[in-house]
Structures are given as C-alpha cells and as structure tokens.
Unconditional design. Structure first.
Length: 209
C-alpha cells in the first residue's frame, strides 16, 4: 500500500505523556519505520512514499494523488480528500520520541470566492485524536504553499518509555467553491509531490528514558 524506506528516523506526535525531561541528541542507532496501513481518498494504493532521514531527525511523506478540487471536471466527492497513515516505529533502546513540528507543502489554485483548508492530527493507537492543526486558504490564489505546524517545547508529548503503539497521522484537504462559479471554473488544493520541494516533512524530538 504505502512504500516505506526503513532507514533512520520517524517520529511521532503524541498525546500520551507530557515532556518531563530535557530533550536529547538523536540516537546513533537508526530508527526504523514500518508502514502498517494507508487509507483514504488522498493515498490510494502505492501513491504515497515514506522516507526517513539518516540523522534520525525527520521523516518525509510524498503523495502522488492527493488533490481536492471543485468546479468544472471535478467529481462530486473530490471537495474533500484525506489520508490516515499508521506507522510502527521501532525506537532505539533507551530513547523515546515526539513530533516537534511538521511542514506541509503543496499547490493551490483557488478562483475568487473559493476557499479551502489543510488539517492534520497526530495520535498514538488507543489515544484521543487531538493535537489537531488547521490552515486556511482563500481565493484568488495560484501558488506553491507551505503550512507549518509547531509544538512548543513545553507542550511536547512523548510516547511513554517501553510502550509500543502505532503512530497515526491523519491529514485532510477540504475545498469549497464558495461564491466562485463552479460551472465555468475549477479550483484545486493539492499535496501532490509533482516537485520534490512539495514533500511533507515531520521533525522529531528525542528524550532519554
């Protein structure tokens, strides 16, 4: 379903335990990520790729069919696209981790009067779907966009040491024609990686157990 390059880093956004100790430098042993599932209209079979950085500081998700659109030629359900990815994170011994920040990138063409949003939440298996972030877009717009999610140092949450839970990352693109003319124009909002610079990057924070 999803392709994962097991190399070095993964990360997590966690709502499990608040940060109670100082952050640590990344471990020397590589972190390995197994993709457990990839479900949603934004990531059909074999259209998303996960890669990890060799320095254990980040991982990247690239999509090839993640586009919301409304107007001429758009299917009725294309106004909302989503993807939920489940990751099994193998953490080097003596460490735990959290999501520190994320950078979402894509392309937006919004006609005057159209508007849309990109949203994401991160949670461990069995935990509430919180830590949700949302970014809004308003037409007219015709740009490569970037949306940054930051989690403050005091708000970082880490997976409890010794626990094994899948990391779930749930993203959504939503688009409305608004006051634009849906019969003569088309608006779209995408996270497709037609350009390498449009990948989604997740940055990791580490802590000693």
């Amino acid at each position: 379903m999803l392709k994962a390059l097991s190399a070095a880093a993964v990360l997590a956004a966690a709502l499990v335990a608040p940060a109670t100790a100082a952050q640590a430098a990344p471990p020397q042993d590589q972190m390995v990520i197994d993709v457990v599932s990839a479900n949603g209209s934004g990531c059909p079979d074999d259209t998303a790729v996960v890669t990890v950085s060799p320095d254990n500081t980040a991982f990247t998700i690239s999509y090839s069919q993640y586009t919301a659109q409304v107007g001429v030629g758009a299917p009725p359900t294309a106004f909302r696209m989503n993807c939920q990815i489940g990751l099994n994170v193998h953490v080097p011994q003596g460490f735990t981790y959290a999501i520190a920040s994320a950078q979402y990138r894509g392309f937006a063409h919004l006609e005057p009067g159209a508007y849309g949003s990109e949203s994401a939440n991160y949670y461990f298996q069995g935990e509430p779907q919180s830590t949700k972030k949302r970014h809004n877009f308003y037409g007219p717009l015709d740009i490569d966009w970037q949306a940054n999610d930051y989690i403050g140092v005091g708000a970082l949450s880490f997976l409890r040491c010794g626990e094994r839970r899948y990391l779930n990352i749930n993203t959504e693109l939503r688009l409305s024609a608004g006051t634009s003319n849906r019969w003569t124009t088309t608006s779209l909002l995408t996270m497709d990686s037609t350009d390498a610079s449009l990948d989604t990057i997740y940055h990791v924070a580490w802590r000693h157990c």
